[in-house]
Structures are given as structure tokens and as C-alpha cells.
Design a protein around this ligand. Sequence first.
Ligand SMILES: [Zn+2]
Length: 495
Amino acid sequence: MPPIFRLGDTMTGEVRPLTTLDPGHLRFYSCGPTVYNYAHIGNFRTFINSDLVVRTAQALGWRVSYVCNITDVGHLTQDDVADASGDDKMAKALKSKEGEAFVNVWDLAEHYADAFKSDWFRMGLIKPLVWPRATQHMREQITAVEELIEKGHAYQTKDAVYFRINSFSDHGKLSGNTNKDELRTAVRDVVLDPEKEHPSDFALWKKDDKHLMQWYSPWGWGFPGWHIECSVMAMKYLGETLDLHAGGEDLIFPHHESEIAQSECLTGKVFSNHWMHSRFLLVDGEKMSKSKGTFYSVRDLVEDQGIDPMALRLSLMAVPYSKPLNFTMQGLADATKNMERLYECARLSSDALSRPDNAPGVASALERVYDEMLEAMCDDMNTSVAIAKALEGTGVIFRESANLGGASAHAALHFLNRVEALLGIRSIREEATGQGDPQEANAETLMNARMVAKQNKDFAAADRLRLEIEALGFEVRDTPTGPVLRRKLSAPEIQ
Ligand SMILES: [Zn+2]
């Protein structure tokens, strides 16, 4: 019997089984980034946790329809104090030093959306069914606002269209923020508009014919409020009731509370049956800070500091989503060492494939370790235990390394593939070989020589050739379709 997937639900405050409306088909929406700069490691911790939900569900044999939006419309930088003419995040980014590289705000959004996707893949995240973008769903957002007005849940003033909080009695059910008057200072998207009926009413549409991104609507030129895009895009791709909705804990209020209000007033149905929120990330025990140099984007660490993206991923998973994570360079160094173990395991297992098998117990031992790893993931995504299990598996492989061969070497590689499928941790270095590297042709010649040596069972020569290939900055990986050459990542320099 496969384990039951239990997951914390912010709505009930309990860890409970994740269920699906269609048997075996999870419909899952996770809030994505606003693309006005490079995503930081705190953002990616949340995205990785959503990715782990997808992977765990898939490991249980479920089909997953996974949607992650891209917010490419600027919203006010300080929505709680700004009026409708205040600076928005995109406009502000365009005026910054980095912004000088872009022709306009559309160009800027495009650049950061592309960067986000490339960071996504190098961090080993599964491609969602769709990455819907706010700017490409303007018609749907306008239609939804019109419908909310028609149903009496929204109204128009001179400056904007607002959602009427008092028309939805369930407002506050996710965050527990039910005293509307106390909330007014906490509400983002509050606009200083004397015509507003209630201070907590939030904007669905802002009228602004000077905004850098504007669309024509029944209320004139302007742009949508932040929350409406997620309601509209989630329901468009996944239906009126989702099985699971996720995001960072900072989105519980007002963003997710507002999504619930809009969506449930539009459909009269429950918007999502389960809500999962990742806790925050600290660096060295403190909030990330630009002035202290601890505001890390994925790019800072991977490109500038040469950190292995898989080690970064591992360190961002070290603590389960339900607990705050303290990111440290020591934690990253530990993760880097653990990745080296996984890489070494993959290497020695693939090198052992053509040797005789003298390790008959390996397959069943790894099978048991994998089952425990899956159980840990189904237990409210206990990544700490799951990672410990992956390392326990490498221990099994190392202990038997001299005896591995044939079936047991296959079992070892199968285990590593399953670690990748479940935890997104690749044990084959993913960096593709570059074009035009003069050493690449040499490495390829050596790789072919090594293949011949192995065919002749001259394993000493094969090992020597492998070292020569590595000295050129490459490594060779034996796959079922033959050996493959990869560029070796340099070991990161971490104190
Ligand atoms: Zn959202």
C-alpha cells in the first residue's frame, strides 16, 4: 500500500490527507514571482516546496496539473500607504541603475521572466503545465471584475473599482483576520480614496491613464489589482475548485484571502480545498538584507560564486516547508559535500555496470531506503528525513562499491534516479558541454578510447582515461544509450 500524502492545511491548521476531486489527479496552483528583478533564494525555497508537492504526488502515481503564474504587471511598492498614482514595482525597477538596460517596462518584465525560467530549470524544478502571465489574461480579469460588480460584490469610484469586503461573510477564514477594522493598516492595495465604502475594501482595478502598463476597460484606462490575476488564471486552467493552492506565508494575507473572496463570490464554490504555505527564510539568523550583503539571488550564488545549483537546492530543502529555514554558508558547504557523495555514487555505479555482480543485497536495501524516503515526503513533506534517507542510500552504495556490478550497479543507479524524481536532486552533473571548447574534442577522443578499453575489459586503462578526461574539466557518464560527456562544475570555494 502506498503511503497517504498528508500535508499541513493553513485553512484548518491541521496536517491532513491531501485529497483530489478527480481520483488520482491533483489540480495545484502555486503563486509565482513578480518579475521586476532576479528571484532570491527565499522565493526559490517556496517554489522548491511546491515542486516537491508535485514530485511526491507523481511518485504516488498521481497525474498533476500544476500552474505557477508570472506577475508581470507592476503593483504599488507600498500598497498600504500609496495612493493610486504611487510608484509601482516595475516602474521603480526601470528607473533604477539595472533598469537602464531596458527599453521599457515590458522589456524589463520579459528579461526577468526569462531569467526566472532559466533559474527554475537549473534549480531542478519541474516545468509546470503552464506559466500564465497577468498581461496575457487581461480580458479575463476585466470580465471577472464586471461580473463581481454585477453580483453586488464590487463597486466603482472615481479612482478605482473595489471589492466590497462586507458582501462576503467568510472574509478572513484563511488568515483568521476577521476583525475588519483592525486590519485596515495591514491591508495592501488600500488606496486613499474618500469614496471607498470600507477601508479594507481592496482594489480590483485602478484607473490610471499615466501608468506605464495600462489597458482599456469599461472603467477607462488603467490596470488590474494584484489579487484578481491569480483567481482568474487558477480557475481558467484548473477549474472552479482547486485541490491545492500554495505560496509563501507572506501571501496568506491579504493576497490569498482576497483570492478566496473574489473567486468564491464569482462561483459560489470553495476556491481551494487545501492551502499550503512555506515558512520564511532567514540568512545567518536575520532577514535578508541588501546592505549586509545577504540578499542572495540564485544568480549571485550560482553564477558569481560558482555554487552548484543542486547543492543550493539541497540546502534550501534542509528544513521542511512548515518550519523557518536559516540559510548559512556552513549549511551550503554541508550540502555541497553531500552532493559530492551523490555524484561519486553515480560515477562509481555507472563505472561498475559491466563488472560482475557481487553485491546481491544492495537492491533490496535500496528499495527499503526509498520506501522510507517516500514515507517521509508523505509525512507533511519531511525533507530533513527524506534527505537523510537519500544519504543513507549512498552509504549502502559506498559500502558495497568494490562488489557492485551488473544488477546491483543498475539498482544503485535506479535508486539515484528515484532520488532525482522524488527530491529533484540530480546526481549527474547537469552542466551541458559548451560549444567550441577546444578541450571538448580531446575529451571526446579520450571518452571513445575509454569505451574501447571497457569493451576489452581493461578496467585499469578505462580508469586512467577517466582521470584524464576529468583533468580536462569534463566527466563521462555511462547511460543505457552509451557514454555521455559533461562539463565538470568547479568545486565551489566556501569557507
Ligand atoms: Zn497569487
